[in-house]
Design a protein around this ligand. Structure first.
Ligand SMILES: O=C(O)CCC(=O)C(=O)O
Ligand SMILES: [Fe+2]
Length: 360
């Protein structure tokens, strides 16, 4: 039952990279993808794939006094109506993202046995393996992941960190710092965009805890339209920065007004999305976005998500700065309890923050 769900560790399941190699190598097109991976019915859903619909925000314009006000308003509107945008001119040097991606690829290219040195263990959500499998009959995702707690540095569990390639840790360090600074800057512009004190959101994420997840989605030749790389979910925390390799492979989709929208990646952009904590502390001025990852029949895809979360004992509730003249729309909880609710809601396939909404 979902209420008794374990919130740490996944049950062991097949490595998807290996499974995909076996399935895709079959000479016969009827080579079967195991039933547990077939979780999607393409005939019952509508997917919109127009390139122009997802908002694009320009960090240069946010910073330039001439254009800042207008771009901040555009940012706030993107965070309310979509909960997601693509960020261009984000200032993270190409070299930093390239080094990280090269190291991620090097790690993934190793034989399974070598990657298993970083395998998940029953006592932790971190490490290399599947995403959050808690029951034997749960549908499975067509992806392998490497989840690491990266900040603050004393929270790192180095037993899960790859030692090969040797540059992996340094690449993560450099990218993680860039990501934290960028996330902080964006929080200020978001607050400004709704007329709140620019410093107001930063407090919730003071000393930010930061997690990083590498998602590896192998191709699925036989039934790409019936498997999911990541099932629909919202991210739990503040801002997520998503770096995508293979910009030509469409994978991320977001739900809006009952439809799925394909996020056609803008080359060089970072995708930024709003998590549940931000929806609540902003009293609904920003919306956490439901999203999922779909699979390509012949091409692999890799993404790296950086999650920015509050400390465990932070009280998560609407901030006065965001309630001026407005009703309190969400119940406050401490972040520990918030996380427990998140994991049970995730298993039920429901948007977690709905449970904390107050009757209006
Ligand atoms: O790979 C993607 O496009 C989505 C990743 C994601 O949503 C996540 O890691 O939480
Ligand atoms: Fe996500």
């Amino acid at each position: 039952m979902a209420e008794q769900a374990r919130v740490v560790g996944s049950l062991p399941v097949a490595n998807v990279q290996e499974l995909a190699e076996a399935c895709n190598a079959g000479v016969d097109d009827d080579q079967q993808v195991p039933e547990r991976y077939l979780s999607k019915d393409p005939s019952t859903e509508e997917v919109v794939a127009r390139a122009c619909v997802i908002p694009v925000i320009d960090l240069h314009k946010l910073q330039d006094p001439q254009t800042s006000e207008e771009e901040c308003a555009k940012l706030a509107s993107a965070c309310l109506n979509w909960g997601l945008f693509q960020l261009i001119n984000h200032g993270v040097p190409d070299e930093v993202t390239r080094n990280l991606m090269n190291d991620v690829v090097e790690f993934l290219k190793q034989p399974l046995q070598a990657k298993k040195e970083c395998s998940q263990q029953a006592d932790s959500l971190e490490g290399y393996g599947p995403a959050f499998v808690v029951s034997e009959d749960q549908k499975l995702e067509w992806a392998d992941m490497l989840y690491l707690q990266v900040h603050p540095s004393e929270s790192r569990e180095l037993r899960f960190w790859p030692t090969r390639p040797a540059s992996f840790r340094r690449s993560v360090d450099v990218y993680s710092l860039e990501g934290r600074e960028l996330a902080y800057r964006l929080l200020e512009f978001m607050a400004k965009g709704v007329g709140a004190d620019p410093a107001s959101l930063r407090g919730v994420f003071q000393g930010q805890t930061q997690g990083m997840r590498v998602n590896y989605y192998p191709p699925c030749r036989q039934q790409a339209d019936r498997v999911l790389g990541l099932r629909p979910h919202t991210d739990v925390g503040g801002l997520t920065l998503l770096l995508q390799m293979n910009h030509d492979v469409q994978g991320l989709q977001v739900r809006k007004d009952g439809k799925w929208f394909a996020v056609q990646a803008v080359d060089g952009a970072l995708v930024v999305n709003v998590g549940d904590v931000l929806e609540i502390v902003s009293n609904g001025r920003f919306t956490s976005v439901e999203h999922r990852a779909v699979i390509h029949p012949t091409k692999e895809r890799i993404s790296v998500a950086l999650f920015h979360n509050p400390y465990q004992n932070t009280v998560v509730g609407p901030l006065p700065e965001f309630m001026k003249g407005d009703k309190v729309r969400y119940r406050s909880t401490n972040y520990q309890d918030f996380l427990k609710l998140y994991f049970t809601a995730k298993l039920d396939g429901r948007k977690h923050v709905e449970r904390l909404k107050l009757e209006q």
